[in-house]
Design a protein around this ligand. Structure first.
Ligand SMILES: *Cc1c(COP(=O)(O)O)cnc(C)c1O
Length: 340
């Protein structure tokens, strides 16, 4: 048995999900004729109280299309220095949209309305790139699954509105944040122009993301998705997995959060652990003591069939997910306490 805690993307479809996929009604989605895709798009748009949604093969593509929607080449977006759109999308913001990123020095991947206000360029000054978009991430990936406070987002929204900036949410793990905070999807629909969500993270689907927004935005997004090679044919088999996940896998995210908290309670007692970041959802970021070699730590666990990520400088990451069971949790905890 391998205990894979590298990411919540490592899950495999359950029997129920596979059954839903096998019995999906499909059609050619490039012609808009896949009933399962259309049903999923409608469900997700309704969930957020938005006019329309569009299915994507990846969260990266959904974010990249959103950036393209909201910007013109030469302009600038504002995001946290740890943002996925800046760090982990292959430089796509500049490649696909020709925009630069103004990085904010936030806390755990989150920043304040004042920081945004201070970073908006002066439109009257021809030396400066025009600021056109603010993106936030919830939960924050590099920030250790931290969740935004709605009030802070509301304040940023006000800055965006006052300065004619679009506001995009990278909600790859938004459902983790919603479950952890009790916030509602429609509250996010009201705040943001566009929102991307991933089905392939905590929700346990093999593939898939969606972007939500207005009818006009999603019509443009459809064209950009095609241009990027994201038009797919009988993709209803994947949409059916997404539909199943939205019906069955949201509330259970709480279990992933609880297991993460149990891991923390054991790590706290290990003398070889220096520091653990506060855990709010399913991501645990911690640091080994100075005399412990991080690579050796990861290796020792791997020898016990437990896989975790070393992030450099003594920083490590564990991500809990659907396929990480209580039995695996027991094994992990007993191995951890006797590791050194
Ligand atoms: C995973 C992730 C994405 C999208 O990643 P894909 O692998 O392209 O689906 C976007 N943003 C964040 C914060 C993520 O964690």
């Amino acid at each position: 048995m391998t205990i894979n805690l590298l990411s919540d993307t490592v899950t495999k479809p359950t029997k129920g999900m596979l059954d839903a996929m096998f019995s999906a009604e499909v059609g050619d989605d490039v012609f808009g004729a896949d009933p399962s895709v259309n049903a999923l798009q409608k469900k997700v748009a309704d969930l957020f109280g938005k006019e329309a949604a569009l299915f994507f093969p990846s969260g990266t593509q959904a974010n990249q299309v959103a950036i393209k929607l909201h910007t013109q080449p030469g302009e600038q977006l504002i995001c946290d220095k740890w943002a996925h759109v800046y760090n982990y999308e292959g430089g796509g913001a500049s490649f696909n949209s020709g925009v630069s990123c103004r990085l904010l020095d936030g806390q755990k991947g989150m920043f304040t309305a004042q920081q945004v206000r201070d970073s908006i360029s002066n439109r009257a000054d021809i030396h400066q790139a025009i600021t056109s978009l603010v993106t936030v991430e919830n939960s924050t990936n590099k920030g250790g699954g931290a969740c935004w406070n709605l009030n802070d987002l509301q304040q940023i929204k006000e800055v965006c509105s006052a300065n004619e900036l679009a506001f995009h949410l990278d909600g790859a793990r938004l459902f983790n944040a919603l479950v952890a905070t009790g916030q509602k999807p429609k509250q996010y629909g009201e705040l943001f122009d566009t929102i991307s969500i991933c089905l392939s993270k905590g929700l346990g689907c093999p593939v898939g993301s969606l972007l939500v927004g207005s009818n006009e935005q999603m019509e443009k997004a459809l064209r950009i998705r095609k241009l990027l090679g994201g038009g797919m044919r009988q993709v209803g088999y994947l949409a059916a997995a997404g539909m199943y996940a939205l019906d069955n896998h949201i509330d259970r995210l709480e279990e992933d959060h609880q297991r993460a908290k149990k891991i923390v309670s054991v790590l706290e007692k290990c003398a070889f652990i220096k520091k653990i970041e506060p855990v709010e959802t399913n991501i645990i970021i911690f640091y080994v003591a100075d005399h412990i070699d991080e690579t050796e730590f990861v290796q020792k666990l791997a020898e016990r069939n437990i896989l975790i990520v070393g992030m450099g400088q003594g920083k490590l990451r564990i991500v809990t997910h659907h396929d990480f069971t209580d039995a695996m949790l027991d094994v992990l905890l007993s191995e951890l306490v006797k590791l050194y």
